[in-house]
Design a protein around this ligand. Structure first.
Ligand code: PAF
Length: 320
């Protein structure tokens, strides 16, 4: 199996290090792809470091930015931010053949129309993962919290792609991850969306850990309103809700109390956030269905304002 992982972020490095030891034959190959050539060279030289509370391991994974040289893959896992996906897919054309299985691992729901939007010839797979991975330095991932990963298709896949996705699930399970194939991946992606919609923008705005959202009355009250509003939109979209979204979001604040959310990490590194794919997508769905979403709209506006001010005052914080 020839597998490429696009994007050396926390999730990309995590999956690369978990898949690497499973290479079995000469035909098997694993690539980690990075658009930044300098960083790709550095990561190839240093290896990718996988760290847990038990220690560190370093894997000699090939990292490249030369996609022509890498050539067509059986499976391509896209681990880039939602807002970079379209550009990334265009530059990844040398990796793709009609047989290639494409797997998308973005947060939010902004990428779910990717097949129609980019005219992909076959149904891609989507993943929703709650693995707790943090990038400590380029190519150095900390696997701090165990989560669950769901994999599935939104549209009918080919027999080959179904088989490849089963194979991917099996390899990841062998590597110790809790992975399940889902017949309803949309519901799994929305279940994660409730959590990200509540936690990510507020931690970024208040510049606080996930746990601190529980101890601030203002933050906790806004989180409740955002999640309730998102639940109303989800129900109108026909999403099956089996676990109370608010309780789920509050439980994640508690279980990941010391985490710096991905959106706060973006803010601290002055990177554009995934706000459009998370709260922005809820606002768009609300508009389509005639459901008001003032609390999601408010955080979208505030995060965009924050992004505009990046160069002016990176340490500016709303009091919690
Ligand atoms: O995006 C994140 O940071 C994570 O999905 C979560 C669950 C909010 C924990 O920090």
């Amino acid at each position: 199996m020839r597998i490429a992982i696009v994007g050396p972020g926390a999730l990309g490095c995590l999956f690369a290090t978990l898949l690497f030891p499973k290479k079995q034959s000469a035909e098997d190959s694993l690539w980690l792809l990075d658009h930044n050539q300098e960083r790709a060279n550095l990561l190839t030289m240093q290896g990718i470091i996988y760290e847990t509370d038990k220690g560190q391991e370093r894997y000699p994974i090939s990292v490249s930015s030369d996609l022509q040289a890498v050539g067509p893959m059986d499976m391509v896992l896209f681990c880039v931010k939602s807002q970079n996906l379209d550009t990334c897919l265009h530059s990844c054309l040398p990796l793709l053949s009609p047989q290639s299985l494409l797997v998308f691992l973005q947060n939010g729901i902004g990428h779910l129309d990717i097949q129609e939007r980019l005219n992909l010839p076959t149904a891609p797979a989507f993943a929703s993962s709650s693995e707790g991975a943090t990038l400590l330095a380029p190519g150095h991932v900390l696997h701090a919290g165990r989560g669950k990963t769901f994999l599935g298709f939104l549209k009918d896949p080919t027999e080959l792609h179904q088989q490849q996705l089963r194979e991917l699930a099996r390899i990841l399970q062998d590597a110790g991850l809790d992975v399940a194939l889902s017949q309803d991946i949309r519901t799994q992606l929305w279940a994660k969306l409730f959590i990200n919609a509540g936690i990510n923008p507020l931690t970024a705005l208040y510049n606080c850990t996930n746990g601190q959202l529980l101890t601030s009355c203002a933050a906790r009250s806004r989180l409740k309103k955002i999640v309730h509003e998102t639940e109303t939109v989800a129900r109108a979209c026909g999403i099956a809700i089996s676990v109370d979204p608010l309780q789920a979001a509050l439980a994640v604040c508690k279980s990941t109390a010391r985490n710096i959310s991905s959106m706060l990490q973006d803010r601290r590194h002055q990177r554009l956030t995934e706000i459009d794919a998370i709260n922005g997508a809820i606002v768009r769905e609300g508009k389509r269905l005639g459901i008001p979403t003032p609390f999601n709209e408010e955080v979208v506006q505030q995060i965009k304002k924050m992004e505009e001010k990046y160069d002016q005052d990176p340490t500016r914080t709303e009091a919690i």
